[in-house]
Design a protein around this ligand. Structure first.
Ligand code: GLC
Length: 417
């Protein structure tokens, strides 16, 4: 199919998943507004409807809690097809929500949207800026450990069942979790979804957060799950840089943001696993590395690090599959080509990795990843994720963020290499 028809299809996916002011990731499986999905959706909308792009991020930030946290799910309208819903989470913000956050790609895409038309977006950027600063401050206050950014639930990283969390998950005994009915496996083949072992622990962590009223200090003291994560660390590092740029344009003092960047730059070294020769997740409680070369390990360039140590790693992982970048290196004994974040390729992660490679001057690699992702989508559609060996689509179909990164980055219409 030619790219003009694919552009048309991608726009139709975004408008089809639009629920009026916010976009669902895909109908059925994910019927609410997800945090980083929504930021990607805005980037996609900005390619043909800038007004709608602004509304998307404004609706997301409207869910911000008093603490500054912006939740990972906003439950705008109850939908019995999803579990765990608002009654299980018991979020305490202005809109029914979950109690955890997600990778803060928003500032980066808000800056990109604003740069399309500075004058038209000025008032909206000015209104969003202090809210983004407050959200980033919340991360720095509650999630940073030795300069690396931690997650407090596997869902917070956006890489739900990545093997990065296996060690910390094994330390949880999900006693008293009770009976519940999963809804995800009614929409998608169970072999492509997390296991019951994982789900019991996900729900146990949600129940604990709710019991503690999602109080950050209480959770920090009592939550056994605290893992320093390359996804969060590199994405927040990048988001701080883009937020600082916005602040400079607005004439704000960005000294505080510059200090955060310096903290995370130093802290990234805490994620360097010398035995693996790669950035890795670190279980902060047990002080143990996960031992995973994942697609998040390759976000170092996106974070803004000019780090040659990861170049042989990306070459190795890239050459092991037909459709890069797999979410886990195929040589790992935990690799599973179809199971979500334990092997499949995700177009959104490829977009972030490629933007980082480009910014660090690795333009040939950046262009190759863009082309490979365009081929994958052109051959196999706008799926949630893909088998890295065969390209077979997996998970949900007509997926918002896959369509969004097609429009904003992968499509030949999105620019020259
Ligand atoms: C899954 C993904 C997460 C995403 C959500 C909605 O939970 O792991 O990253 O935000 O689905 O697409």
């Amino acid at each position: 199919m030619d790219h003009i028809s694919l552009d048309r299809q991608a726009r139709a996916i975004l408008t089809g998943n639009d629920r009026g002011g916010y976009t669902v990731p895909t109908a059925g499986l994910y019927p609410y507004q997800w945090n980083w999905d929504s930021a990607f959706a805005a980037w996609g909308f900005a390619q043909f409807d800038v007004e709608r792009a602004w509304t998307e991020v404004e609706t997301l930030i409207a869910g911000q809690w008093d603490s500054g946290m912006v939740p990972h799910i906003l439950f705008h309208q109850p939908d019995p097809g999803y579990f765990p819903g608002p009654d299980v989470w018991g979020g305490t913000g202005p809109i029914p929500s979950s109690g955890i956050s997600q990778p803060p790609v928003a500032a980066t895409f808000i800056r990109a949207i604003w740069e399309q038309d500075r004058a038209a977006g000025a008032a909206r950027a000015r209104a969003l800026y202090p809210k983004l600063v407050k959200w980033h401050q919340w991360f720095m206050d509650w999630r940073v450990e030795n300069g690396a950014v931690c997650i407090t639930h596997p869902w917070e990283a956006g890489r739900d069942n990545a093997p990065d969390w296996d060690g910390a998950m094994a330390g949880i005994d999900p006693v008293g979790v009770g009976d519940y009915t999963r809804r995800d496996t009614a929409h998608v083949d169970a072999a492509m979804r997390p296991t019951k072992y994982d789900y019991d622990r996900y729900i146990w962590l949600v129940q604990m957060g709710r019991r503690l009223g999602w109080d950050d200090a209480a959770l920090k003291a009592q939550n056994p799950f605290r893992v320093a994560d390359p996804t969060m660390t590199f994405i927040l590092m990048r988001a701080h840089r883009d937020l600082a740029e916005m602040g400079r344009t607005l004439g704000e003092d960005v000294g505080r943001i510059e200090a955060w960047i310096a903290t995370l730059e130093r802290g990234a070294e805490a994620l360097w696993n010398p035995d693996l020769g790669a950035y890795d997740a670190l279980d902060v409680k047990a002080q143990k590395f996960a031992g995973c070369v994942s697609n998040a390990s390759f976000l170092c360039w996106y974070g803004g690090l000019d780090d040659d140590r990861m170049r042989p790693q990306i070459a190795r992982v890239w050459n092991a599959v037909r459709y890069p970048v797999p979410s886990l290196e195929p040589a790992s004994d935990r690799f599973d080509a179809k199971r979500y974040w334990r092997g499949p390729t995700w177009a959104i992660m490829n977009a972030l990795i490629s933007l980082g490679l480009r910014d660090q001057g690795l333009t040939a690699e950046a262009a190759r990843l863009r082309r490979d992702t365009a081929t994958l989508i052109a051959e196999h559609g706008f799926a949630e994720y893909f088998d890295p060996h065969t390209g077979a689509p997996a998970g949900g179909g007509t997926f918002t963020w896959t369509a969004a990164v097609w429009l904003a980055w992968a499509s030949p219409s999105a620019g020259d290499d």
